[in-house]
Design a protein around this ligand. Structure first.
Ligand code: SF4
Length: 388
C-alpha cells in the first residue's frame, strides 16, 4: 500500500538502526521523548527499541488525548447523561476511561445514561437533528488534530440554528504541554528526566505547522524532529535527533515532509480561532494545571458551550492511588514500574487512563510486550514525592 509498506520495510529499519548505533557516541547517552501516543504505539508495535543501541532510549510523553483527560472532566460528561438527561456523544476510547465512583462513560451507559459512541462531531450533530426534544452534548477531546472538526460542527450548528446541540470542550494544546514538561522540576532541577530532544507529532503538525516548535529549540536548546507514525519515520527521526545532538544543534526538523509544512493548515487554524479561545488554565492528568494549554468556546458561540449551558463547575479528582499514569505521562516512570501493570490493570479492565487507548503507554506495552527494560535514572526517588 502506497505510503504504508515502504515505511515498514524491516531491512531498511535495521539499516537505520545500524546507522544510529554507528553515530551515537558510546561514551554518552541519548534520551528522546516521543510526545505523541501514536509514536508510543508504533515504537511498541514494531519493536523499534530493539533496533536501538543501549545508550539511545525513548521516554513516553503526554500526547495521548485519552490519557491526559482528568477524572473530573469525565465526571462532568457522566453527570450530564445521568443527572441532566442529555444524550452524550463521544469517541470510542473516551467511553472506557475510569472516572469517579468506579464509573466510566460505558458503565454510566449501563446504568441508563444515554451515552453514544460516535466517529465525529458531525455524527453528534446528526443525533441532535434526529432528537430535537433532547439535549445532545458532544464530549470533545483531543489535541489540535481533532479541534478543527469540532470548530466546524459548532460553526455549522450556529448557522443551522441547531439549538439542542452543545459541546463539552476538552481540547488541549501540544506546545503548551511540551513547555510544561521542559519547565518541570524533573527536567529542570532534579535531572531525573533527561531529555535531549523531542519527536514531534505528525498529525498535529499538519494543522499547526512546524513553526510553533521553534520556541523549544531556541529557548530550551532542545532539537525537535516532526515525524510520521510508521516505524521508518520514527527510526529516521531518532537518527536525525542523534545527529543534531552530536553536532550541538537544536533545530526544528521535519521528517514528515509528505504532509507537514512550516505554516500548517491556515484554513483550519482560522476556523479554530474563530470558534475557540485560550483557557487561562486547564487540568491535565499527570501534569496538573497547565496555563494556556487548552481551548474554550468563544462568547459568540456561548450557546453551544455545554459548560455554560448546563452551568457546570469543574471539580478536580485525584487518580487511583495505585496508578502511576501521572508519573508515566510526565516521563518519570514507565508502565512496568506500576505494581498493578498487567495484573489488576489490563486493557480489558483499565484502572488508569494509560491502559485504555491503544496510544496509551501502558496499553501499548501490554499489547505488544516488546520493550526493553530501561531504568529511568533515579526515577523512583523523585516520583515518591510527586505521585498522588
Ligand atoms: S498499569 Fe494501569 S494503573 Fe498502572 S499506571 Fe498504567 S494505567 Fe495506571
Amino acid at each position: 500500500m502506497k505510503y504504508i509498506d515502504e515505511f515498514r520495510d524491516g531491512d531498511l529499519a535495521r539499516q537505520i538502526g545500524a546507522r544510529i548505533a554507528a553515530e551515537a557516541h558510546p561514551d554518552r547517552s541519548y534520551s528522546f521523548m516521543e510526545f505523541c501516543g501514536g509514536h508510543t504505539h508504533a515504537i511498541s508495535r514494531y519493536g523499534v527499541l530493539e533496533l536501538l543501541p543501549p545508550n539511545v532510549r525513548m521516554i513516553h510523553g503526554p500526547g495521548c488525548p485519552v490519557c491526559v483527560l482528568p477524572i473530573g472532566r469525565i465526571d462532568l460528561a457522566i453527570r450530564l447523561a445521568l443527572e441532566r438527561g442529555a444524550i452524550v456523544c463521544t469517541y470510542g476510547d473516551t467511553m472506557r476511561v475510569p472516572a469517579s465512583d468506579s464509573l466510566s462513560l460505558i458503565k454510566a451507559k449501563a446504568r441508563g445514561g444515554d451515552i453514544r459512541m460516535v466517529y465525529s462531531a458531525a455524527d453528534a450533530m446528526a443525533i441532535a437533528r434526529a432528537n430535537p426534544q433532547r439535549e445532545v452534548v458532544f464530549f470533545a477531546i483531543g489535541f489540535e488534530t481533532t479541534t478543527p472538526p469540532t470548530a466546524l460542527a459548532i460553526r455549522d450548528a450556529a448557522r443551522e440554528g441547531l439549538s439542542n446541540f452543545s459541546v463539552l470542550c476538552c481540547h488541549v494544546l501540544t506546545p503548551s504541554a511540551i513547555t510544561h514538561i521542559l519547565e518541570s522540576p524533573e527536567v529542570r532541577q532534579l535531572g531525573t528526566v533527561p531529555i535531549d530532544g523531542f519527536i514531534g507529532p505528525a498529525h498535529v503538525s499538519i494543522v499547526i505547522g512546524s513553526a510553533p516548535y521553534e520556541h523549544f529549540a531556541e529557548e530550551y536548546r532542545k532539537p525537535v524532529v516532526i515525524a510520521g507514525f510508521e516505524p521508518l519515520d520514527v527510526m529516521q527521526a531518532i537518527l536525525m535527533l542523534v545527529r543534531q545532538v552530536n553536532q550541538g544543534r537544536a533545530h526544528v526538523e521535519n521528517e514528515f515532509t509528505r504532509a507537514v509544512t512550516p505554516e500548517g493548515n491556515l484554513k483550519a487554524q482560522a476556523l479554530v480561532s474563530e470558534v475557540f479561545e485560550l483557557r487561562p488554565s486547564f487540568e491535565w492528568r499527570g501534569l496538573g494545571e497547565v496555563p494556556y494549554s487548552a481551548l474554550k468556546i468563544r462568547e459568540a458561540f456561548a450557546v453551544f458551550d455545554a459548560e455554560r449551558r448546563f452551568d457546570l463547575s469543574y471539580t478536580p479528582v485525584a487518580d487511583n492511588k495505585a496508578c502511576e499514569c501521572g508519573a508515566i505521562l510526565r516521563g518519570v516512570k514507565k508502565p512496568t514500574d506500576c505494581k498493578i501493570f498487567g495484573t489488576v490493570c489490563t486493557p480489558e479492565n483499565p484502572v488508569g487512563s494509560c491502559m485504555v487507548s491503544s496510544e496509551g503507554a501502558c496499553a501499548a506495552h501490554y499489547t505488544y510486550g516488546r520493550f526493553r527494560d530501561i531504568p529511568i535514572v533515579a526515577a523512583s526517588a523523585a516520583t515518591e514525592e510527586v505521585t498522588p
